[in-house]
Design a protein around this ligand. Structure first.
Ligand code: NCD
Length: 309
């Protein structure tokens, strides 16, 4: 332990396998401690600044809960429209200011791909990327793989189908990068052609995972240990017509899944819109709400390690 102390977390590629495994064990440990004691004291005197300039429910709440349950304090930047960003202040100046009051760690979500790395350069405090546009969402990948590790007891050798909007989504890229740290993983990228995985992602995982691009889930579902569903990223589509054209191009419901002899565990970063029907929720393989709850523990583990407490 100790390798992540003071480190920025910009990309899922920044983690080493041993760091990830340590974080998972620590998350399990903190889960037990929090169950017994509610609020712990590791974070006493430490301040987390959260800056969310794109919508968020789970990432913001779970980071906030995690820091409070570690015994620390959270200062939230609030809505962009109520800040000087609305007067035209640049992102660079905004981050200089957020950092200037001396937080111990910063969690940042904003819409410019690649800006998380820039923010990490600007800020003295470690910056954790909570989503930079369509680029990456490394802590989501942590909770995704943590859920797989808890559910299957291993990550090596698994077969994962990542389905949906792989082009504009930031969770498929970070998940691919994190899975590439493990051995003998197979990824099926399941999407219609216009939504297939970006070349830059394939370039980074080539040689580290086995991967296939497929058009429809029924082609591979019986092979899979995990089916990871994602929504169409409507807000990142260049035109509403393009969204309307692709809307409904893939969808999972209970009747569809019941056609197969083997049903993999179903994950989704959430929010779901139409691609994952509520009829799936009652199946024992539906793990997405559990997955979201796991986020609190793995983010608590990450904060504890980055803070070095
Ligand atoms: C994801 C995101 O923000 O990229 N949400 C999340 O953090 N759980 C997925 C999404 O918005 O589709």
């Amino acid at each position: 332990m100790g390798a992540l102390k003071g480190k920025d977390i910009v990309s899922a590629l920044d983690f080493r396998r041993e760091d990830v495994e340590e974080l998972f064990k620590l998350a399990d440990h903190l889960r037990e401690e929090m169950k017994d004691e509610g609020v712990l004291s590791y974070g006493k005197g430490k301040v987390l600044a959260t800056v969310f300039l794109e919508p968020s429910t789970r990432t913001r709440l779970s980071f906030t809960y995690a820091m409070i349950r570690l015994g620390g304090t959270v200062i939230d930047f609030g809505p962009e429209a109520a800040s000087s960003r609305a007067k035209g202040e640049s992102l660079e100046d905004t981050m200089l200011m957020v950092d200037g009051y001396g937080p111990d760690v910063i969690v940042l979500r904003q819409r410019t791909p690649g800006f998380a790395a820039k923010a990490a350069e600007i800020c003295k405090a470690p910056v954790i990327n909570a989503g930079d546009g369509w680029n990456e969402h490394p802590t989501q990948a942590l909770l995704d793989v943590y859920t797989i590790w808890r559910e299957l007891g291993r990550v090596d050798g698994i077969k994962v189908g990542i389905m949906g909007d792989l082009k504009y989504g930031r969770t498929p890229s970070s998940l691919s990068y994190l899975l590439s740290k493990f051995n003998n993983v197979t990824i099926y990228y399941i999407a219609p052609d216009p939504l297939q995985i970006r070349d830059e992602v394939v370039e980074k995982v080539k040689g580290k995972v086995r991967y296939y691009k497929v058009g429809r889930p029924d082609e591979v579902i019986e092979e899979l240990d995990v089916l990871y569903v994602t929504r169409l990223q409507k807000e990142r589509f260049p035109s509403p017509e393009e969204y309307e054209r692709l809307k409904g191009s893939y969808r999972i419901d209970r009747d569809f899944l019941m056609r197969f002899k083997h049903i993999p565990i179903i994950l989704h970063p959430l929010p779901r819109i139409w691609e994952l029907d509520t009829s799936v929720d009652a199946l024992p393989q539906a793990k997405y709400f559990e997955q979201a709850r796991n986020g609190m523990y793995v983010r608590a583990a990450l904060l504890k390690e980055v803070l070095g407490v």
